[in-house]
Design a protein around this ligand. Structure first.
Ligand SMILES: [Zn+2]
Length: 258
């Protein structure tokens, strides 16, 4: 089955096939990766991450055929991250999730070979340097994505999902993604890519060390979403993650001492 965008997570159109339409899939800074914690290099020059989501404005929530995504107003720097490895503030554009069929898989990044049941991605762009999100997404220093591992425990994350088919969109106002972050903002950082086609090598990744909790019930709700639109044969949205890619000489830096 080929998804609405010509790629998906199935046998015929999944991650192992993406290079055919997107040759950069075999490039030198692809994501996700396995983070080998003992090999990460503590960099005392890395500043603490400054996340100011106080006045952010969420617009809508949608099933985009690959994930569930919440989009934000990004006309100014109100909602931005700064500090960390960045020289400019990066504006929040959207967040989305990756998950599996069972809790033993689902995240994109892994730590010491271990996957988490789900991973949240908060996608930001460098609006100081680039005029549009699209322009930034094509530049080596255009995007910053924060990855947060989700562990199955007592509910912290609760997002109401009342739409199932690909292409469904609903208004989703005044949601502050701050509640999706762990207490500690210790992170690993490395130069990488988008983990979905077009796989642009434009992302500075910030992967938070501390995970947050999600309930099994919420994960079950993610799994009731569909990759397909209303007229098509139903295919459950599960295992929407890309496996770890080769490091190819890249160094993962840590903001904390192991
Ligand atoms: Zn993602």
């Amino acid at each position: 089955m080929t998804g609405p965008h010509g790629w998906g997570y199935g046998q015929d159109d999944g991650p192992s096939e993406w290079y055919k339409s997107y040759p950069v899939a075999q490039g030198n800074r692809q994501s996700p990766i396995d983070i080998v914690s003992a090999k990460a290099v503590y960099d005392p020059g890395l500043k603490p991450l400054n996340i100011s989501y106080e006045s952010c404005t969420s617009l809508n929530i949608s099933n985009n055929g690959h994930s569930v995504m919440v989009e934000f107003e990004d006309a100014d720097d109100k909602t931005a991250i700064s500090g960390g490895p960045f020289e400019n503030p990066f504006r929040l554009k959207q967040f989305h999730f990756h998950w599996g069929t069972k809790p033993s898989q689902g995240s994109e990044h892994t730590v010491d070979g271990k996957p988490f049941p789900s991973e949240l991605h908060l996608v930001h762009w460098n609006a100081r340097k680039y005029a549009t999100f699209g322009e930034a997404a094509a530049a080596p220093d255009g995007l910053a994505v924060i990855g947060v591992f989700l562990e199955v425990r007592i509910a912290k994350i609760k997002i109401k999902l009342s739409f199932f088919f690909q292409g469904t969109k609903a208004q989703f106002r005044s949601f502050n993604p701050k509640c999706l972050l762990p207490l500690s903002l210790d992170y690993w950082t490395y130069p990488g890519s988008l983990t979905t086609p077009p796989l642009n090598e434009s992302v500075t990744w910030i992967v938070l060390k501390e995970s947050v909790k999600i309930s099994e019930k919420q994960l079950e709700k993610f799994r009731t979403l569909l990759f397909t639109s209303e007229e098509d044969q139903r295919i459950q949205m599960v295992n929407n993650f890309r496996p770890p890619q080769p490091l190819r000489g890249r160094v993962v830096r840590a903001s904390f001492k192991a």
